[in-house]
Design a protein around this ligand. Structure first.
Ligand SMILES: *Cc1c(COP(=O)(O)O)cnc(C)c1O
Length: 392
């Protein structure tokens, strides 16, 4: 009996194209001749050579986000943090000063405080709601400002117009982490920023099953450097995750609209429940940055609601998380379903009680990332959990 060898399959050709992106896990691509490979490397032919340098699933997802952000040549990378790091490494080098908002995402803060100094960069933080503080913080070697439009978890709204105008007048670049706001509420490049960054993991992909980031630059040279850094440092996105995110993004607008409607209603209901020290929602007229939120974000006040329950103890916090089941107690945001997080035991656990208090976060401070469940069910669940917890 002759044994036939196992051969690689030939990909079948089809005169009709698939409606949905095929998942393409191939690491390497074959060409017929060295000339054909040369043409690819020289940019005379378009296509892929090796997946660290780019692959179809990352490219098609990047185009979807480019379209929403009105960006060109954005790239999809392995995580939101990869996107933040690539943008900073593009804009600054050893000896430069990097300024960051003082309520950045936890890992971004660690990058500012620990990692960038190790690479020889100076870093410091400023309050992005206070333009005078920014003016004071700028140094002769300040090259770039990293800022989030809406801060986590206290939902303060940055003075984006002021920051971008001041940065421009001093020749400083601005990187905007647009994860919380999404391109529907704010478009950083249109507003004059130099870079836009997303944790695609959160609202855009929306199902807590794909870890991905996106970064784009306004300037063509910066865009080229983003790509070189991403591929050289190996921040490549996983094709399966890109495919999952692509499917999630098709329902992004529906999810975000429903979640924002519910978030506004939840903020109202909690305020009237008698269980709360304070509720924070940028769409609420009592929010300290309400007017700025309206000007900057329009109707898109977001899907995040933060609040502090009465009775400042861990017992109250534990009781609330338990009573709010089936809503998941999980330290993330932007999932299709509602998730509840508790900064004192997760994102802000490294801070002292006093440091958290300075940021306005007591022990019973919670942040809710509102999902697509029926609004009535969410109000009923959260208000009754707050009552149970604060009466116990
Ligand atoms: C989650 C998050 C990140 C990091 O994204 P990952 O995809 O988890 O790496 C960065 N910025 C903000 C605002 C985030 O919420």
């Amino acid at each position: 009996m002759t044994q036939k060898p196992v051969l690689r399959p030939t990909v079948p050709t089809s005169a009709a194209r698939p409606l949905v992106s095929p998942i393409q896990p191939a690491v390497v691509y074959t060409t017929e001749t060295p000339d054909a490979l040369d043409a690819l490397y020289e940019g005379q032919a378009t296509g892929f050579t090796y997946s660290r340098e780019g692959h179809p699933n990352a490219s098609s997802l990047a185009k979807m986000i480019d379209n929403m952000e009105d960006a060109r040549n954005g790239i999809v990378v392995s995580s939101g943090m990869a996107a933040v790091v690539i943008a900073v490494l593009t804009a600054a080098k050893a000896g430069d000063h990097v300024l960051g908002g003082n309520q950045l995402y936890g890992r971004s803060l660690r990058m500012m405080n620990e990692e960038l100094p190790r690479l020889g960069m100076e870093t410091s933080l400023f309050d992005p709601t206070d333009l005078a503080a920014l003016e004071q913080a700028i140094r002769p070697n300040t090259r770039v400002i990293l800022v989030e439009v809406v801060s986590n978890p206290t939902l303060r709204v940055a003075d984006m117009e002021g920051i971008i105008a001041l940065a421009k007048s001093r020749g400083i670049k601005v990187i905007v982490d647009n994860t919380f706001t999404t391109p529907r509420a704010y478009q950083p490049l249109t507003a004059g920023a130099d870079f836009v960054v997303h944790s695609v993991t959160k609202l855009l992909a929306g199902h807590s099953d794909a870890l991905l980031g996106y970064v784009a630059a306004a300037d063509a040279e910066d865009a080229e450097r983003l790509y070189v850094i991403a591929t050289t440092w190996g921040f490549t996105a996983c094709p399966w995750s890109c495919w999952t995110a692509e499917r999630g993004m098709l329902t992004f607008d529906l999810r975000f609209a429903q979640a924002q409607r519910s978030a506004a209603a939840i903020a109202e209901a909690l305020k009237d429940s008698g269980t709360i020290e304070r509720v924070i929602y940028p769409g609420d007229p009592s929010h300290p940055d309400h007017n700025r939120a309206r000007t900057l974000l329009g109707e898109h006040a977001g899907n995040m609601v933060s609040f502090q329950l009465k009775g400042n103890s861990r017992e109250v916090s534990n009781a609330f998380a338990q009573a709010a089941a089936p809503l998941a107690f999980a330290p993330t945001l932007g999932d299709v379903a509602t998730t509840i997080s508790h900064p004192a035991s997760s994102s802000h656990r490294a801070l002292t009680v006093e440091a958290r208090q300075t940021l306005g976060m007591g022990e019973t401070f919670f942040r809710v990332s509102v999902g697509v469940e029926p609004t009535d069910m969410l109000i009923e669940t959260l208000v009754s959990a707050a009552k149970t917890a604060t009466q116990a």
